[in-house]
Design a protein around this ligand. Structure first.
Ligand SMILES: Nc1ncnc2c1ncn2[C@@H]1O[C@H](COP(=O)(O)OP(=O)(O)OP(=O)(O)O)[C@@H](O)[C@H]1O
Ligand SMILES: [Mg+2]
Length: 365
C-alpha cells in the first residue's frame, strides 16, 4: 500500500521553455482513487510522467510513503501504467501482450493463462486474444493496454486517458469495471482525464488543474457546491454554471445583487457577510442551471425571464432564457412545453447563489 506525496513540484521543459507544472502539491492517500482533471495542455500528463519516473522533476519532491522517488527508475517505483497511446508490442499476440508483465515476474504459464483470461473477460477482449495489435481498433487496443497495466500487482496504478477512444456505452461499462477493480484491490490509483464525467464517476477526490497549476483538490460534492474559483465552477458540472455580472446594492440593510434593473439575486446571509467584509461594489454571480427551476418552495426567491430555446434532452430540458440583455440557463422537467417568447418564473434557494470577486475570480466561501 502506497501513499503518493507531491511536494512543490515543478516541470520546466528546456525545449520551448515551457513551465508545464507549477508548484504542485498533492497528498494522495494510500488506496485512494484520484483523478487529475483539466483542459488540454494544463500539465496532467507531465505530472503523471513525473510520478511514474518517465520524466525528470525540475524541482520539488515526489514521495511514495516515506521514500523519495525522484531518482528511482519506473521499475524501482513499481508502478503500473497505461497511456492513451497504447504502446503494445506489435509482434506479440494480444494474449502475449497481456501476459508480458507476468512473464517478466516469472509467473508460471498456467497461472499466466488464467490471469490473461480473467482480465480479457473483464475488458471484453476475450475474442481478440490471438490477434496482433495492428488488427485491432483504437478502442480495442486501449483496452489491451489497460489490461496490461491491471494484470500487474504494482504499488500504484497510473492511467492516462485510457478510455478516451471508447464509445459512450463501452466507456460507461469500463468505468464500472475500473471502479470495481479499485474497490477489490484497494490500490492507489491516479487517473488522468479531461472528461469530468469520468473523473467524478471514478475518483474519491479530483485534482482540477488549469494553466499548469492546481486549482482545487476535493471530492465531487465540494467541487460542485464549494468551487474555489470561477474556473472550477465553470469546468465542473453539466450544463455549466451561469455567470452574471452584478452590482452590490444595499436595500433595507440586506445585500441585493443587481444584474439589471429587472433582475436581482438575493444571496444567503453568509454570502452577504462575505461581500460586506470584502467591501465589493461588484461581483460575478454563479448559479448552476440545476438550481434555477420551475419549482417554488419555502425560502425560495424567484425571477422572471423570457424563453429563447427549450432544448429537449430526454430526462430533462434545458431552457435558455434572457432577462434584458442577460442570458442564462435553467434545468426544467421534460414536461415543460415553454416556447420561444414565453415568460417563465424561475425559483432558486439563496444558498445556491455563488459570488466571485470580479478581479481575482475567487469564490467567496
Ligand atoms: N516533451 C516536451 N517538451 C516540451 N514541451 C512539452 C513536452 N511535453 C509537454 N510539453 C508542454 O507542456 C505543457 C503540458 O503538457 P501535458 O502533456 O502535460 O498536458 P496535458 O494536460 O496532459 O494535455 P492533454 O489533455 O492534451 O493530454 C504543454 O504546453 C505541452 O506543450
Ligand atoms: Mg495528456
Amino acid at each position: 500500500m502506497t501513499a503518493v506525496k507531491i511536494k512543490n513540484v515543478n516541470k520546466i521543459y528546456e525545449r520551448g521553455n515551457v513551465h508545464a507544472v507549477q508548484n504542485l502539491n498533492l497528498d494522495i492517500k494510500d488506496g485512494e482513487f484520484v483523478a487529475l482533471l483539466g483542459p488540454s495542455g494544463c500539465g496532467k500528463t507531465s505530472t503523471l510522467r513525473m510520478i511514474v519516473g518517465l520524466e525528470t522533476i525540475s524541482s520539488g519532491i515526489i514521495q511514495f510513503d516515506d521514500v523519495i522517488v525522484n531518482d528511482l527508475t519506473p521499475e524501482q517505483r513499481n508502478v503500473a501504467m497505461a497511456f492513451e497511446s497504447y504502446a503494445l508490442y506489435p509482434n506479440l499476440s494480444i494474449a502475449e501482450n497481456l501476459a508480458f508483465p507476468l512473464e517478466v515476474r516469472g509467473i508460471p504459464l498456467e497461472e499466466r493463462t488464467m490471469e490473461v483470461n480473467r482480465i480479457a473477460e473483464m475488458l471484453q477482449i476475450s475474442e481478440l486474444l490471438n490477434q496482433r495489435p495492428g488488427q485491432l481498433s483504437g478502442g480495442q487496443q486501449q483496452r489491451v493496454s489497460l489490461g496490461r497495466a491491471l494484470i500487474r500487482e504494482p504499488a500504484v496504478f497510473i492511467l492516462d486517458e485510457v478510455l478516451s477512444h471508447l464509445d459512450a456505452h463501452l466507456k460507461f461499462q469500463m468505468l464500472f469495471e475500473l471502479k470495481k477493480i479499485h474497490n477489490s484491490l484497494g490500490k492507489t490509483m491516479v487517473y488522468v482525464t479531461h472528461d469530468q464525467m469520468e473523473a467524478l464517476a471514478l475518483a474519491d477526490r479530483v485534482a482540477v488543474m488549469a494553466n499548469a497549476k492546481l486549482q482545487q483538490f476535493a471530492n465531487r460534492n465540494e467541487l460542485y457546491h464549494r468551487p474555489v474559483n470561477r474556473f472550477v465552477a465553470d469546468f465542473i458540472g453539466e450544463p455549466s454554471t451561469n455567470f452574471l455580472k452584478a452590482r452590490v446594492c444595499t436595500i433595507e440593510q440586506k445585500i441585493v445583487l443587481e444584474v439589471n434593473e429587472n433582475l436581482n439575486f438575493y444571496p444567503d446571509l453568509r454570502r452577504q457577510e462575505l461581500i460586506n467584509e470584502k467591501g465589493l461594489e461588484e461581483v460575478i454571480i454563479g448559479v448552476r442551471p440545476q438550481y434555477l427551476t420551475l419549482q417554488d418552495g419555502t425560502g425560495k426567491e424567484s425571477l422572471t425571464a423570457e424563453v429563447l430555446i427549450n432544448e429537449y434532452l430526454g430526462e430533462r430540458n434545458i431552457l435558455e432564457v434572457k432577462n434584458g440583455s442577460d442570458r442564462f440557463r435553467a434545468v426544467v422537467p421534460p414536461e415543460c412545453r415553454a416556447i420561444q417568447g414565453d415568460m417563465v418564473k424561475l425559483f432558486y434557494e439563496p444558498n445556491h447563489v455563488l459570488a466571485f470577486d470580479p478581479q481575482t475570480e475567487v469564490c467567496l466561501l
